[in-house]
Design a protein around this ligand. Sequence first.
Ligand code: NAP
Length: 318
Amino acid sequence: MHDIAILGSGPAGLTAAIYSARANLSTVVITGEMFGGQIATTNDVENYPGFSEIEGPELTMRMREQAEKFGAEMLVDTVTEIDVDGPPFTLTTLAGEIQARAVVVATGATARQLEVPGEQEYWGRGVSFCATCDGAFFKDVPLAVIGGGDSALQEALFLTRFASKVTVVHRRDQLRAGTYLRMRAEEDPKIEFLWNKVVESVEGDARGVTHLRLQDVQSGDGSDLQVEGMFVFIGHFPNTAMFEGKLDMTDDGYVVSDRRMHTSVEGIFVAGEAQDHYFRQAITGAGEGCMAAMEAEKFVAGLEGADAGVPVEAAAVG
Ligand code: NAP
């Protein structure tokens, strides 16, 4: 039995772990398949306070070390089911079962796919969703980045380290990305923009991707873009399928929470992109992880107070 089980190891989950373990609560982080979450697949992080430049994997490793220093346990496992009829709450994982008095859901979000012909076929052979992971495989060749948001531009800028040229293909004629990244991308001699274009299909041969078949959304005209790699950054969907029917959720799958990160089930809290479709920053996820852990701590104290015969409300605020 743990005091607090945290699902997810991105900035939200790891910050929750730092606060929970430092409050002397027995804390387990079930890391999920990909330790560190999305930020661990980002090369250059420039806007995390205290670090004007740090690589995403290093940032998450530092958070992990900080949490472990206070006694948090990291379990490399994946939760497949949650029994919300608690406390205690039972989590079924690939390796077994875990029980906890309180739960922090920090399962984050997953990159969306274009869902066009060729995308799956050439995945790992020219199609990628992670510039940090795969960028170095594409030295001196032309690449395409799909999307017009901050991720697309940040990763396009990173890919210029390797590629001969990076073409950003966007479905509108205006970027969604903020001014800073937009200005840097517009000034970069290796980056070009193709406006009002969508990918119809990914084409290639036995070696990998050779070109993209594009369509102009205004004229309907088709064209080919010769590239050896396509990096897709068109947003995310929350990793919350296992909470359907158990926690209140929005129509697009985000867990509903109040301003203190409480979900619809007492004792289950949520932080990061599992509940945030708007800010989605490492620092906002970390802040929410902190709030969720502080509320979980009060909840557990309330349970202990109740066990000792102290009214729950008094124990929780005391
Ligand atoms: P996003 O802001 O949702 O942008 C997704 C982009 O993909 C949009 O330009 C969208 O086009 C396009 N798109 C969506 N579906 C598409 C489809 N089927 N085909 C073609 N294009 C499609 O996602 P994001 O860039 O991953 O950013 C997510 C959040 O993280 C944002 O809040 C962002 O500010 C933040 N972020 C911040 C930084 C930073 O500050 N350094 C870095 C990365 C991410 P439309 O514009 O037409 O909708």
